[in-house]
Unconditional design. Structure first.
Ligand code: CDP
Length: 294
């Protein structure tokens, strides 16, 4: 224990110039990349890389809820399963659910429950799966941000996209988007999810202590980050659904033009027997005997 306290005291998470261990300033996000529609079998999916985090989100539904006794006759259920792969963290994680993953699954399903138009789909379930492939702190925020894109990709009707980002305190300074070292050795971490457009907060947790003013500052930073995340989410969906003319042609080459409709014929004209026509006594042109002649 003393060792950890010693490391915490020695470790300068943010220097006198306000530069953090990974070179970021207090208000900077880690690099983020989002891709929509990455899984063929899911109704909707997304992949996010957020600093050292790599997270996949898949959505199924709305589909009939099973077992039947969980069905709500008035609305859909929004269910989430957050899971960390055993290889996602430095110490192998024991496979299967634990207290932490059950808690994260619960808070994420509640966050989406308040934006999905559940009344439109009674007796059904919208199932969200979040798989953390590589973790570096902030995985619930990364998972939620990706799941929001996956829900939109699945065409689940909802009020707006939701984006999440944590802010916290390191070395007495309120900072945005803590990484693993900052999360482990920092003073506080406060993840927050925001509905774009309304600014409504649908997830808010806190690990550690912040004063009222520090909390206000953290909230301001997370709200600003949510706007940037929304742009990345929207761009990912645009990339997924904007198709060029060349792509359309490659998928389905144009069908051959249909032949023009035949003119309706009043009667079938039979070919005349040679010699039966009234003009048959007329001399036939030389050509009618073929190229060789008679
Ligand atoms: O990931 P998030 O910040 O949402 O949740 P957390 O409980 O604050 O976890 C912070 C970080 O601790 C995770 O992102 C992982 O990198 C790490 N962790 C770990 O190494 N082993 C675990 N069993 C759980 C978390």
């Amino acid at each position: 224990m003393e060792d950890v306290e010693h490391i915490e005291k020695e470790m300068k998470l943010i220097d006198a110039n306000g530069v953090r261990l990974d070179g970021r300033k207090y208000n900077e996000l880690r690099p983020i990349r989002i891709e929509a529609g990455v899984l063929k079998r899911a109704d909707g999916s997304a992949y996010i890389e957020w600093g050292g985090n790599k997270v996949l989100a898949a959505v199924y539904g709305p589909r009939e809820a099973h077992p039947r006794h969980i069905q709500d006759p008035a609305r859909a259920l929004v269910q989430c399963r957050y899971n960390m792969a055993p290889f996602s963290v430095s110490d192998r994680k024991r496979p299967g659910p634990d207290r932490r993953s059950v808690e994260i699954s619960k808070v994420i399903s509640e966050a989406f429950s308040s934006v999905v138009f559940k009344e439109q789909f009674p007796r059904t379930s919208v199932d969200i799966f979040i798989e953390v492939l590589q973790a570096d702190a902030g995985t619930r925020c990364a998972g939620l941000t990706a799941a929001s894109v996956a829900l939109a990709d699945a065409g689940v009707p909802m009020r707006d996209l939701v984006a999440a980002c944590a802010s916290g305190k390191i070395g007495g300074v309120v900072c945005l988007d803590l990484n693993k070292e900052e999360d482990n050795f920092g003073d506080a971490d406060c993840p927050m999810a925001v509905v774009h457009g309304t600014g409504e907060v649908v997830l808010l947790q806190m690990d550690g202590h912040l004063t009222y003013d520090e909390f206000q500052k953290a909230m301001e930073l997370s709200l600003g980050a949510a706007d940037k995340l929304f742009e990345l989410q929207r761009d990912a969906l645009r990339r997924r659904y904007s198709v060029t003319l060349e792509e359309i042609l490659r998928e389905a080459p144009p069908a051959a033009p249909a032949p023009p409709p035949e003119e309706p014929r009043e009667f079938e004209q039979m070919p005349e027997e040679p010699g039966t026509s009234p003009d048959s006594d007329k001399e036939l042109p030389e050509d009618d005997f073929g190229p060789e002649g008679l």
